[in-house]
Design a protein around this ligand. Structure first.
Ligand code: SF4
Length: 180
């Protein structure tokens, strides 16, 4: 896994400054603003907003056949309208202090030792070394959090049973059967 300094060097060489356009929060294509969130991230937004779980998050839309008439998916996403993330208000994130890792680190992503960069109009803008280091620290934090969530999902998955005919989300906290 890359260290923060290596990631910072790579981010600095790409260059980035958020233009606050909100484009990454808008639904310009089916999956363009799909923000996957861990249970901990959902709970942080619930605590900050007073909203219920189902008001904050919806199941990741790709369901897998459980082989017994049921089906499951392995993640949650922030709820979206047909146009944007539900937390985008007047062009700004209304849960900015509690925004998920994916939002915090956009347009960057670490896949093992590779820095991946998504489309963004702020790319190529000069970035100071301290700015690059902050972004790198967030990105490494995200990678560690995602690895922990993945390990938690694997542990639950090994002993998970989806009730026949039901739809469920399997996350690091357990099997959550969906109603309605
Ligand atoms: S949580 Fe905030 S930053 Fe993330 S997609 Fe929604 S509005 Fe954008």
């Amino acid at each position: 896994m890359l260290g923060v300094d290596d990631v910072a060097d790579r981010i600095e060489s790409v260059g980035f400054r958020c233009r606050r356009c909100g484009a990454c929060c808008r639904r310009v294509a089916e999956d363009s603003n799909l923000v996957i969130v861990s249970p901990a991230e959902v709970r942080a937004i619930m605590a900050a907003t007073g909203m219920a779980w189902d008001e904050v998050a919806e199941p990741y839309p790709d369901f897998i056949d459980a082989g017994n008439g049921g089906e499951y998916t392995l993640a949650w996403c922030i709820r979206r309208t047909t146009k944007a993330c539900i937390f985008l208000r007047e062009g700004r994130c209304s849960v900015y202090a509690h925004r998920p890792w994916i939002c915090r680190t956009y347009p960057f992503m670490l896949v093992d030792d590779e820095l991946r960069v998504s489309e963004c109009s702020g790319l190529g803008m000069p970035l100071s070394p301290p700015g690059a280091r902050d972004a790198a620290a967030d990105l490494c934090g995200r990678q560690a959090a995602e690895a922990a969530e993945e390990a938690g999902i694997r542990a639950v998955y090994r002993r998970a049973t989806v009730p026949p005919g039901k739809r469920a989300v399997i996350d690091s906290e357990g099997v959550k059967v969906l109603h309605g």
